[in-house]
Design a protein around this ligand. Structure first.
Ligand SMILES: [Zn+2]
Length: 227
């Protein structure tokens, strides 16, 4: 169990998912929040990226995020990293953190986060959003089903549309990002019933939250060798 005031959380992405997650974690009193994002604030993203304001357009997202989070939680340590986490150094970047929150918008980063989690032993909380739907799963490396137990191989390039191409309802990002923050807080406090070995599927149009059982696979290319 980790006291949130002494907890260290890494958020990969300060966009649609990272925004609500970071705000909730800062408001909850998490001591250290690191944010990694190479992009600048864009006006077209502000419907879901609620960390940033219209006057921040053009600024690095991590700087805008740092200012907003510091205003909300002055005691928190905000570590702004204007970088894209590369697969080669992701495991190193995980070191020293209690949990990592996935706010990335591409499959390559999600597979890199999964591998880094298994290499470092640091849990991560996967999140995905598109149009009116969202999904989430918490991965306790070497203990629960991992992202590749669920999605063995990345989809072919161009097969799945991105948020930039297909759009996403901003409030859906708010739901999933807040659920990721909730999972992180539960994990830090040692609470039972995390979203492990199951995928949470939120359908905003149908108004449903479903659970899909996920089994840890002995043939998983990432975690199978730790069985
Ligand atoms: Zn696996």
């Amino acid at each position: 169990m980790v006291d949130p005031a002494h907890a260290r959380v890494l958020l990969v992405g300060a966009g649609g998912l990272g925004s609500p997650a970071a705000l909730q974690l800062a408001a909850a009193g998490v001591g250290t929040l690191a944010l990694a994002d190479p992009d600048a604030v864009d006006l077209s993203n502000l419907q879901r990226q609620v960390l940033h304001r219209t006057r921040d357009v053009g600024r690095p997202k991590v700087e805008s995020a740092r200012d907003r989070l510091a205003a909300l939680a002055p005691a928190a340590r905000i570590d702004a990293r204007p970088i894209r986490l590369a697969a080669a150094d992701a495991a190193q970047a995980f070191a020293g953190f209690d949990v990592v929150i996935d706010g990335s918008d591409n499959f390559a980063t999600k597979y890199a986060l999964n591998a880094a989690s298994l290499a470092s032993g640091v849990p991560w909380i996967f999140g995905g959003i598109l149009r009116f739907a969202g999904q989430l799963m918490t991965v306790l490396p070497r203990r629960s089903a991992c992202y590749r137990c669920l999605f063995r191989d990345p989809p072919p390039p161009g097969c799945v549309a991105s948020c930039a191409e297909a759009g996403v309802l901003g409030a859906v990002a708010g739901v999933i990002g807040s659920l990721q923050a909730l999972e992180a807080l539960k994990l830090l406090r040692g609470a039972p019933a995390l979203a492990t070995d199951r995928l949470l599927l939120y359908d905003a149009l149908a108004g449903t939250l479903r659970t899909l059982r996920v089994r840890r696979s002995p043939e998983c290319p990432d975690c199978g060798r730790f069985s």
